[in-house]
Ligand binder design. Structure first.
Ligand SMILES: Cc1cc2nc3c(=O)[nH]c(=O)nc-3n(C[C@H](O)[C@H](O)[C@H](O)COP(=O)(O)OP(=O)(O)OC[C@H]3O[C@@H](n4cnc5c(N)ncnc54)[C@H](O)[C@@H]3O)c2cc1C
Length: 480
């Protein structure tokens, strides 16, 4: 028999499937489901075998709550689309928080032309208002290059993202991972999500796979780019935090002394790479260090798990070395480990266009330019291959990203953004930083919302002039 609340239809569970209430009282599972999911006209809870599946319908479904997915979901909701953001962790940010990267780099050209704005700037402004981010500044990279950045506190970022998405509004589903994908021809119709409570089926007019690992596209049978000729997967890094640090002593250390200490660490094996690169946690006496270097095979789950352990092992060894040898660090302790290994590189989808290094270097302008970037090519090499390839394109150089690089071949209502972008290995090594990922996210979210509203989700049918106009109105930079 159906139990019908005002607008929520629930099938009762078999008598033996009950949840325990807080006071030890036993309540039917349906009672708890109704408390957790307030009734909404578009909800439908149904029992499709075991376990229970709750269905929700949206205009746009974004999978992956990293900085690209967050920017996509915010932009979609700001366009008026009902939007769901699905994240497997219990917090947003992806590499920004789970990886504790600690700095957003590459907002402008070396000549200080700002090429990342829009929703990325909105996120940073909200972060700065809470004291969770530094002002925009510059630093010298381990390669000796000057780079611009905003340092931030990953913990405050989690809270600020919660607030921004709640205000948008975006429905956020945490601790939800892809269970299944329902595809019909060139369309994705729904994703089924594993959550701690029930299975959740989310239908949408359009979908954005911002999971970095391209979890949805992988299950839906998308075509991925084969590795380029000489491509190696970039190593992963487990960030760690030290504090308290005497930043006056550390920052004023002369280059020669610092290089000598780093060389000693490298020779002893305590430092996996010739760097003591760090981002200061704003308003604090601690910093996140980007030093560890772990080779990974992203396709091998057991190897990935072993890599997490190796990252932590390297972090402890590097922390001990810095505390013992680096002026300014002598009173510090290893205060935090990033929750997860930061994975730079995995799959890239084959899109309608594959962005190349040559196009980035030439500053190719596309009719469907929907985002820009200025960060140089920055490839971390696996152990034994030396350090980094770092290639700047020119003083006031920036490059364009076409919508086609966000549109996977073979699908009509799906976009990607961030790590999944359709680009060669070298081009990806420039596009991969977070400000550019957010710019791509804004483009994908706006396109998905416009597609959902009037084009039945077909992202290629969105009028380009309208999309570009909406992006510019929302503050995005699409070229001079
Ligand atoms: C060690 C390291 C250092 C870096 N340094 C910098 C730096 O200094 N400055 C900078 O700007 N950039 C830096 N980068 C690059 C940058 O951090 C990433 O490229 C960028 O954050 C990618 O964003 P994204 O949203 O595309 O992907 P991610 O941040 O990877 O987000 C993907 C999200 O999807 C979720 N997800 C994955 N699979 C599923 C699933 N099946 N179901 C549900 N959710 C799922 C993940 O949990 C994650 O939250 C660094 C990267 C690394 C790894």
């Amino acid at each position: 028999m159906f139990i019908k609340s005002s607008n929520l239809l629930i099938l009762p569970l078999p008598a033996d499937r009950y949840h325990r209430g807080y006071g030890g009282m036993r309540e039917p599972a349906s009672y708890w489901r109704r408390r957790v999911f307030p009734s909404r006209g578009r909800d439908r809870a149904l029992q499709s075998g075991n376990p229970m599946t709750l269905t929700r319908n949206y205009d746009v479904v974004v999978i992956g709550g990293g900085m690209a997915g967050v920017a996509a979901a915010l932009s979609s909701a700001r366009e008026g689309a009902s939007t769901l953001l699905v994240e497997r962790n219990a917090f947003l940010g992806g590499a920004a928080t789970a990886g504790s990267v600690g700095q957003f780099v590459g907002w402008e050209t070396s000549a200080a032309r700002r090429v990342i704005a829009g929703v990325a700037a909105d996120i940073v402004a909200a972060l700065q208002e809470t004291g969770g981010a530094s002002s925009h500044g510059h630093f010298t990279m381990s390669t000796g290059h000057r780079m611009d950045r905003v340092e931030y506190d990953p913990e405050i970022l989690k809270i600020v993202l919660d607030q921004l998405l709640t205000a948008a509004p975006v429905d956020v589903l945490f601790q939800a991972a892809i269970h299944n994908v329902s595809r019909s021809g060139r369309r994705i119709e729904a994703v089924v999500l594993d959550t701690p409570a029930t299975l959740v089926e989310a239908t949408g007019h359009s979908f954005i796979d911002a999971s970095g690992d391209l979890a949805v596209l992988s299950k839906a049978g998308a075509v991925f780019l084969p590795p380029d000729g000489n491509e190696n997967v970039q190593p992963a890094t487990l960030m760690f935090a030290l504090g308290p640090i005497d930043f006056e002593a550390l920052d004023n250390l002369d280059r020669e002394t610092r290089d000598r200490i780093i060389a000693k660490g490298l020779a002893s094996g305590a430092l996996p790479r010739a760097s003591a690169h760090r981002s200061r946690v704003p308003g604090s006496d601690s910093a996140w260090f980007n030093i560890t270097r772990v080779e990974i095979d992203p396709d091998d789950a057991f190897a990935l798990s072993a890599a997490q352990m190796e990252g932590r092992r390297q972090a402890l060894a590097a922390a001990r070395f810095l505390i013992a040898e680096m002026p300014g660090c002598e009173n510090a302790r290893l205060s935090r480990l990033a929750p997860q290994l930061g994975v730079r590189d995995f799959r890239r989808v084959k899109g309608d266009h594959v962005l190349t290094r040559a196009e980035l270097a030439a500053g190719t302008v596309f009719e469907d330019t929907v985002a820009c970037g200025a960060y140089p090519i920055d490839i971390h090499h696996p152990a034994g291959e030396g350090g980094l390839t770092f290639e700047e394109f020119g003083e006031d150089h920036y490059y364009a990203i076409p919508l086609r690089a966000l549109v996977p071949v073979g699908f009509s209502n799906v976009l990607t953004a961030g790590r999944g972008v359709s680009a060669t290995h070298e081009a990806f090594a420039a596009l991969r930083v977070m400000p550019t990922a957010m710019a791509m996210g804004q483009a994908a979210g706006t396109a998905a919302a416009l597609a959902a509203n009037g084009a039945a989700g077909d992202v290629r049918s969105v009028p380009m002039a309208t999309l570009r106009q909406r992006l510019v109105e929302a503050g995005a930079f699409l070229g001079a």
